[in-house]
Design a protein. Sequence first.
Length: 307
Amino acid sequence: MAPKTAFILVALVSAAAAASHGRLRASLSCPPLLKLRGGAVTTSYGRPISSYSQYSREMAVPVERQPVQVEQPESMSDAERVFVLQQFSRQAVRKAFIKRVYAIVATQLAATAGVVALLRSAPHVPFLLLRQLGPFIFFLPAVVLLALQWVLATRGSSTLAYLLLTAFTVTEGAVIGVATLPLPLTLILRAAAAAALATGGISLYALTTKRDFTMMGGMLGAGLLSLIMLGIAQYIFGGSWLTSVRLAFGTLLFSFFLLYNTQQMMGGGKQRQVRPTEHLLAAVQIYTDIINLFMHILASMAREQRD
């Protein structure tokens, strides 16, 4: 398989998986915390929570998964319910959550780099994988990712979720290793350094700016669909100008996705935010953003080097 075709397939599958991941999370995960005028907190748009049992029924995940356990929720007062919900946005809890997320992401990136290095040290293995699996190998991470998202939404951070996270990281590393095998190592390292600098700058901006970018979910979803259409058009018709547009647009899009997903785990009254129990979900979001950003930067550099 030609490197150009491999890069297009990786981009298409990554964008499709990200789009499916966003729809699945929106349908199965908890709604964001919202403050009412009186200072109370609700997870529903436009109506207060009348009872804790009603709150439990409306949540997509079981109540026992929350970090604060309550033995008799039916007897809780409104003030106690508000106190329980507000624990999720405490600064100490949020800082510990962010550290945990980035520790998982760092482990994933290190494992991905290790798989890529292993495949490059044994070039016959990628060819064997392509011979046995064919183009299906590029769809493996997307399949595992969808299974992981479903497990996270229904069973939380269970042992199965960690196993699927490991499988997703390994398959993603294998796909990157196969797609980048024809490229020189120096080019891959340059792209990795550029992606690391971009990730650091975007993350720092997301953590320090007062602007709320979590309201951009609809625009980013539309951008993903546009990127998929561009990838399909490039695969069918080709054209250097179409390649340039797709790579530039993809780099910009996943930069904003990284900004969007980073702000979701900051708290501070953002329109959308993940909960302190969703550290695996947040880690998968950040990891896929970084990987997609790296692949688009690498494809752009490889194209410039060929030209």
